[in-house]
Design a protein around this ligand. Structure first.
Ligand code: DGL
Length: 275
């Protein structure tokens, strides 16, 4: 069935990091209704196998499309984008636009001719999947690349350690690794890292360009909805934020990732029988 412009946009992440992307989308597309799903019951995705992440992503997408009747899906997680995007795109080809967070960043990097060496920091699964690296190499074979897994960062941020001495020390330790020497730009390849962007900028004295998955992804989505004639002109319902497991910590962190108070609702997707 053809989608209608007044249907919601489905956004999902392993947890609450993707709220940084959701917030950017709500700013660029205020007339759109958003339905967010954070798989907090299964996070982190960053050290899980691609196959397992693919199966989670498939079921969440099925929920957003078939139960919540979304018109487009944004994979607001680098790890899930690396592990499951092509699969989800092929399953939904010609029916539903599926947007990942990797391609818009790759596009922005390859079009910037001032960049000669690009760095990538991300979860282990994102770095090991090699999706960023392959796409960058295909489009810009001349570009030197350095990628490094930074598994402590997402956990550290989630625990509220950012803009403090602990985060400064961890960031400094990672960014001083010799592999990153001489980079002109750095991809913040995890939706959590938006919260430490200022610290990273300070570390580099603003001399290294930073790419993250907020505005770039929201604008890409806007372009796709425009092209598909799916842009909404008036939001009828409030945005909804589901998570698959709820704790006080998630509630507190949600505000810090989204930048304003939001109401998280528990949706036990994994308790439902598979169909
Ligand atoms: N938000 C995820 C990403 O962008 C990382 C968090 C996790 O490991 O689940 O890759």
């Amino acid at each position: 069935m053809k989608h209608q412009a007044n249907q919601a946009i489905g956004i999902f992440d392993s947890g609450i990091g993707g709220l940084t992307v959701a917030n950017a989308i709500s700013k660029h597309l205020p007339d759109e209704e958003l339905i967010y799903f954070g798989d907090t019951a299964n996070m982190p995705y960053g050290d899980k196998s691609k196959d397992l992440i693919k199966s989670y992503a498939l079921q969440i997408t099925d929920f957003l499309l078939n139960v919540k009747k979304c018109k487009a899906i944004v994979i607001a997680c680098n790890t899930a984008s690396a592990a499951a995007y092509e699969y989800l795109r092929d399953v939904n080809k010609g029916i539903t636009p599926i947007i990942n967070v990797i391609d818009p960043i790759v596009e922005a990097v390859v079009n910037d001719n001032d960049i000669h060496k690009i760095g990538l920091i991300a979860t282990k699964t994102t770095v090991e999947a090699g999706v960023y690296q392959e796409k960058l190499a295909r489009r810009r074979p001349d570009l030197a690349q350095a990628s490094m897994a930074t598994p402590l960062l997402a956990k550290m941020i989630e625990e509220g350690f950012y803009n403090d001495n602990i985060s400064h020390a961890v960031i400094e330790k990672y960014l001083n690794e010799p592999i990153l020497e001489g980079i002109d730009a750095l991809i913040l390849g995890c939706t959590h890292y938006v919260l430490i962007k200022d610290e990273i900028n300070t570390f580099y004295d603003h001399k290294v360009k930073l790419f993250d998955s907020t505005d770039i992804v929201a604008l890409k989505l806007k372009g796709i909805l425009e092209k598909e004639n799916l842009l909404n002109d008036k939001r009828e319902n409030e945005n909804i934020f589901y998570i698959s497991d709820i704790t006080e910590n998630f509630k507190e962190s949600a505000k810090m990732f989204y930048g304003e108070n939001i109401n998280l609702e528990l949706y036990k997707i994994w308790d439902k029988p598979e169909n």
